[in-house]
Design a protein around this ligand. Structure first.
Ligand SMILES: Nc1ncnc2c1ncn2[C@@H]1O[C@H](COP(=O)(O)OP(=O)(O)OP(=O)(O)O)[C@@H](O)[C@H]1O
Length: 298
């Protein structure tokens, strides 16, 4: 898959505050990539940097393998905050205004209205729209010019549950059309439901990155303790059915590939001459998994 965005040691300081610290990520074409982190973790700063709204303190990035220029910018649509539409103009008329500002053809308007599901409401004035419809219209405006990439900052912020569901469904639909979507969110379940890939940020540091299924899986963990923890760790790292191994204070936590369970661990360790002093299965919520990621010291 082609790389859409690559950042290389991207850093931003505001005075003494390190808002982003050496961020290196690669975003592949066709992915829905979530930047996930609590407030103040550096998500908006990251988007501002790659959209050329902010200047990095150090580091660099490329779009489509090139430095940003007029041509690359044309391929990117961004929605960083809810745009101001004219309340007394219809949806269609508002999009005409945006198209004129962007210099795109009015002929695109029916296509984007259809894509966001507002075709039947195109003659309704903006002020009569629900919050979800307003955000869908904002996405329609972003889609004018047919950008290959959409960059969205907290796209469901301030919406009611119905609006949230509408916008999430729309993001999935746009992603399904092959566009790459980069979205910042502080909502774990949003990223889990919508994104294919995730980068977890805390205090400007990248804590984890990869496919959502690998990073945010709420898989059960097998937790063991053994008299010789170091040797147990070495053996576990070599077992083919062990997916991940992490050393905790006085125990070792592991996840297993599908189809295996704690009995397999016990048997394999026994065969290596290791008798476990404790073996238990820890069922984790997604939230617990996430908190663990962001608490890990880097
Ligand atoms: N213009 C600025 N001047 C000084 N500090 C800033 C500025 N913009 C952001 N910050 C600080 O940088 C850190 C990262 O902020 P950023 O907005 O990137 O985080 P975020 O993850 O997007 O959080 P939020 O969702 O709250 O916006 C925060 O501590 C924030 O207070």
């Amino acid at each position: 898959m082609a790389n859409v965005l690559a950042t290389n040691g991207l850093s931003k300081k505001y005075g003494a505050l390190q808002a982003l610290d050496k961020l290196s990520i690669n975003i592949e074409q066709g992915s829905i990539y979530g930047l996930l982190g609590p407030n103040g973790s550096g998500k908006t700063t990251t988007l501002g940097l790659v959209l050329d709204v902010l200047h990095p303190t150090s580091g660099s990035f490329t779009w489509f393998g090139e430095a940003t220029g007029k041509e690359t910018k044309r391929r990117i649509g961004a929605l960083l905050e809810t745009p101001n539409f004219y309340p007394y103009l219809t949806a269609k008329r508002n999009l005409q205004v945006v198209a004129d500002i962007k210099g795109t053809n009015h002929r695109e308007i029916p296509r984007v209205l259809h894509l966001v599901g507002l075709e039947s409401r195109q003659h309704t004035t903006f002020k009569g729209f629900s919050l979800g419809m307003k955000q869908r219209l904002a996405l329609a405006a972003t889609l004018l010019g047919n950008p290959e990439v959409l960059v969205l900052d907290e796209p469901t912020n301030g919406l009611d549950p119905e609006g949230i569901a509408e916008v999430r469904e729309l993001i999935l639909r746009i992603g399904g059309e092959g566009k790459t979507i980069i979205l910042a969110s502080h909502l774990l379940d949003e990223v889990e439901k919508v994104c294919t890939h995730v980068a977890v940020l805390r205090s400007g540091h990248l804590k984890a990155e990869g496919p959502v299924s690998a990073i945010l899986s709420a898989k059960d963990q097998v937790v063991i303790t053994a008299p010789d923890q170091q040797r147990a760790l070495t053996v576990l790292q070599q077992l083919p059915f062990v997916e991940s191994v992490r050393s905790e204070k006085s125990a070792i936590a592991l996840t297993l590939h599908d189809g295996y369970n704690s009995t397999d661990v016990n048997r394999a360790m026994f065969e290596e001459g290791i008798t476990l002093s404790q073996l238990l299965v820890r069922r984790k919520s997604l939230e617990a998994q996430f908190l663990e990621i962001i608490k890990t010291e880097s």
